[in-house]
Design a protein around this ligand. Structure first.
Ligand SMILES: [Zn+2]
Length: 523
């Protein structure tokens, strides 16, 4: 093959060559985020932040439609609060940032600053890793009677969990998220809330992110510290690893007891409330990149795209410039008058002094759903040159301006549906029932011996598990494979849907099992 015939991609390495490095390169090429001078913390750049804002807006509307209201609680949590719930403190203690002083003083003749030894806090403060305890303290004072329940609160905030190995969006020391916290008069009501919010996350993932998800409870070892039950949505990335994309916890009365959230019942007895918490984070942006991105960069599903359409002028000389720009501005206005779902179409007009080819690749890498080029000949013909991000970057077609304006929303919806269908097909292709231990081990073992860059392998194994923590730990130690969830939804219509609930034998110890669970490697 001659050099010029070699397939070229905008991102190097490709997903197949080195998936982890491909991910970093897409984040950079799409200008989403970068590492900061603070180790483990990221700077989210405008294009990445705009995607997060779109995620936020859609989720926020869904939370409000289910009766929740937003509030804000302190960043700093007294150490004694965190100590109140034993399992909770054990789960988070190893990754807490601790504030011990309230003042800096000059270090001495050499210059610099040190924490003032005279300004030691009486009680250290923890930068929130999550807010159950501080919100619990507020709930304890807000709730007195059954009439104060249910209490349905959400907070949009940042949290800090000290991480040693970080990756932009997927695992960072500080990240942005939302945390819902609710209190209820009965266990049933709190359990229903836990399930409802799991469904909200699943609906959001599929409808807006075009990311198919499984949903169901976690096993005991994967539960949130202090929770009675944890439910999660899990998606398959293109390296076939699972990404936990949202969790919803039924906390029983554990946190109510720890924080003193008590209420007078209708019968005038006193009882602890039943609480839940649920969260999702900027990790979703990582999930979006790894679900849809290709070897040319990011692909943003239209419903979350910061810009739906980008238009740029192509002209040879200055004499046609004004004419082309006027045509583009008018076209932009016609498009902005339309809506995709609840949002007006966002149109970016790229007038930068760059070569057309450079602009094209820039917007391909950023993942804008539709690209339009307009030159003098298009103006004369009343046409536009249309390219779609879900097709090859070189694939362009001329359409009349009227036809494009008439069909823009329809094309965006088609792209959105196509992305979901493609992701679903990929996940189903790499999901299979596995009964024999040999086959299970082979499925999760890369064929190449290069541990630095293992080839893409594995997927979701639907296998039997006896329920013993030991069998779960065996698989985790040997293969780094965990039980992602006990699936209750998300496999509708798949060929093996009916085989989830069939009895069998544990893939590790052969003891009887009533149903299959989902095993996978995970982020
Ligand atoms: Zn077993």
């Amino acid at each position: 093959m001659a050099k010029n015939d070699a397939p070229k991609t905008a991102i190097s390495p490709t997903r197949q060559e080195d998936y982890a490095e491909w991910y970093q390169q897409v984040v950079r090429a799409a200008d989403l985020a970068e590492n900061s001078p603070v180790r483990g913390c990221m700077v989210i750049k405008p294009w990445g932040y705009a995607i997060w804002e779109n995620i936020q807006r859609e989720l926020d509307a869904m939370f409000k439609a289910t009766g929740h209201r937003n509030a804000y609680f302190p960043l700093l949590i007294p150490k004694s609060f965190l100590e109140k719930e034993a399992e909770h403190v054990e789960g988070f203690a190893k990754e807490c940032a601790v504030v011990t002083h309230h003042r800096l003083v000059a270090a001495g003749p050499g210059g610099g600053l040190i924490p003032d030894p005279k300004a030691v806090l009486e009680e250290p403060l923890i930068i929130r890793p999550t807010s159950e305890t501080i919100i619990g303290a507020a709930f304890a004072s807000w709730v007195q009677s059954y009439r104060d329940l249910p209490l349905l609160i959400n907070q949009w905030s940042n949290v800090v969990r000290w991480e040693l190995r970080t990756r932009l969006f997927l695992r960072t020391t500080e990240f942005l998220w939302q945390e819902g916290h609710t209190a209820h008069a009965t266990a049933d009501e709190a359990r229903a809330e836990t399930r409802q919010m799991l469904e909200v996350y699943a609906t959001f993932a599929e409808r807006f992110m075009a990311m198919p998800v499984l949903r169901g409870p976690k096993t005991a070892s994967e539960r949130f510290p202090g929770a009675v039950d944890t439910f999660a949505i899990e998606a398959m990335m293109q390296d076939r690893k699972a990404l936990q994309a949202g969790t919803s916890h039924f906390l029983g009365q554990n946190f109510a007891r720890a924080s003193g959230i008590k209420f007078q019942t209708r019968e005038e007895t006193e009882e602890f409330a039943w609480t839940t918490s649920w969260g999702t984070s900027t990790r979703l942006v990582g999930g979006l990149i790894m679900t849809h991105g290709d070897d040319d960069g990011l692909i943003v599903p239209p419903r979350l795209a910061p810009a739906h359409v980008v238009i740029w002028p192509v002209f040879r000389g200055d004499e046609t410039r004004g004419q082309v720009l006027a045509y583009i501005d008018a076209l932009g206005s016609e498009l902005r008058a339309q809506r995709l779902g609840d949002r007006p179409l966002e149109v970016e007009i790229d007038k930068r002094d760059l070569r057309g080819g450079d602009k094209q690749w820039d917007w391909v890498k950023k993942g804008v759903p539709i690209r339009l080029e307009v030159g003098p000949r298009d103006v004369d013909a009343g046409a536009v040159m249309v390219a779609r991000r879900d097709r090859s970057p070189r694939d362009k077609a001329s359409m009349t301006r009227a036809e494009f304006v008439g069909r823009a929303v329809e094309i965006l919806e088609e792209i959105q549906r196509g992305l979901l269908a493609r992701a679903l097909a990929y996940r189903n292709e790499h999901t299979r029932p596995i009964d024999a231990r040999d086959e299970f081990e082979a499925f999760f073992t890369p064929k190449s011996k290069n541990e630095e860059k293992p080839e893409i392998h594995g997927g979701f194994a639907l296998s039997h598990w006896c329920g013993e923590a030991l069998c779960e730990a065996t698989v985790k130690d040997a293969l780094k494979v965990t039980i992602r969830c006990i699936p209750e939804g998300g496999f509708e219509g798949a060929p093996w849907e009916g085989r989830i609930a069939e009895p069998g034998a544990c893939v590790v110890c052969r003891k009887p099992s009533q149903r299959r669970v989902v095993f996978a490697k995970a982020y």
